[in-house]
Design a protein around this ligand. Structure first.
Ligand code: PAF
Length: 290
């Protein structure tokens, strides 16, 4: 698997040639430490696009001062192997200086959508994400870029970014990959100790109960209280938020019902977990018709 570290090498000796031969380019942006969730994105890109770039860059600007930037796992050789097996064609692994030269002074910010949920608890996080994703899209100029629905707010924010800035790329969102017990696959799961790991699937179980209530017609507020009550019964969780929000605007659903996405963030010890369940009207109609 070829690993390219500079923007000029990627553009001149690779992307230009791939494009000249009329091939479609897919981009899977990652911070490395690839897991089954990333691999599902690479596999999907490999099915749709002719040439798949996997970027590996632990983006410093999306971590808060007290977050895990320093200890975030870095394992490029392993990532390259896994990406190749999943159908990636090239790893782009730039240095911090390549992405953020000392005199870097331009930021990309999506307003409103970034104000609630994780945005209100991680100031500056989405500004870091949208800035680095803009850089990656400009560098690679893919036809499609792939993101997981686990980071639902991130996906919606990136879709808006691309729409508002008229970027010629399709953003593809793909379902969350889960462990056998339902826990959403995440790099940060490896920080959990044995007891925390045993408790972690309760987050998704609580969301599933909320989804059941929503499908029976409960309002957003009611759904949130169902999920909160279940999370409160697992004392190891410190809940940051549980919110039922609109699929596109991310505004609270309040007294309204489906469609909605139920989102939650909770700490287990020092490890922050997020997860969500999307409930679409069509799915409910199909269930009732079937
Ligand atoms: O989801 C992630 O891993 C990161 O936020 C992303 C999109 C690669 C930007 O650094």
């Amino acid at each position: 698997m070829r690993i390219v570290e500079t923007i000029s090498e990627l553009r001149v000796s690779t992307i230009a040639q791939v494009r000249a031969s009329g091939k479609l380019v897919g981009l899977v942006p990652t911070m490395g430490a690839l897991h089954a969730g990333h691999l599902s994105l690479i596999e999907a890109a490999n099915q749709r696009d002719d040439f798949v770039v996997v970027s590996v860059f632990v983006n410093p600007t999306q971590f808060g001062p007290d977050e895990d930037y320093q200890r975030y796992p870095r394992q490029l050789a392993r990532d390259a192997q896994l990406a190749e097996q999943a159908g990636g064609d090239l790893i782009f692994a730039p240095s911090r200086a390549e992405m953020y030269p000392d005199d870097h002074s331009t930021w990309v910010e999506v307003e409103e959508l970034t104000e609630g949920l994780c945005g209100s608890l991680r100031p500056g996080h989405f500004r870091g994400v949208t800035t680095v994703v803009t850089k990656l899209l400009n560098i690679v100029q893919p036809d499609r870029a792939y993101f997981g629905e686990k980071d639902y707010q991130q996906l919606i924010v990136i879709k808006r970014l691309v729409r508002d800035l008229k970027m010629p790329v399709e953003i593809v969102g793909l379902p969350t990959v889960r462990e056998a017990d339902g826990l959403a696959v995440s790099t940060r799961n490896q920080y959990l100790d044995t007891q925390q790991r045993a408790a972690a699937p309760r987050l998704y179980q609580a969301l599933q109960h909320g989804a059941q209530a929503a499908r029976k017609g409960a309002s957003g507020t009611k759904v949130e209280s169902v999920v909160r009550k279940l999370l409160a019964s697992e004392l190891r969780f410190t809940v940051q938020y549980v919110q039922a929000v609109d699929l596109e605007t991310l505004q609270p659903r309040g007294q309204a019902g489906v469609p909605m996405v139920i989102t939650a963030a909770a700490y287990l010890g020092d490890t922050r977990l997020i997860d969500n369940i999307k409930i679409e009207e069509d799915a409910i109609n199909a269930e009732n018709d079937g």
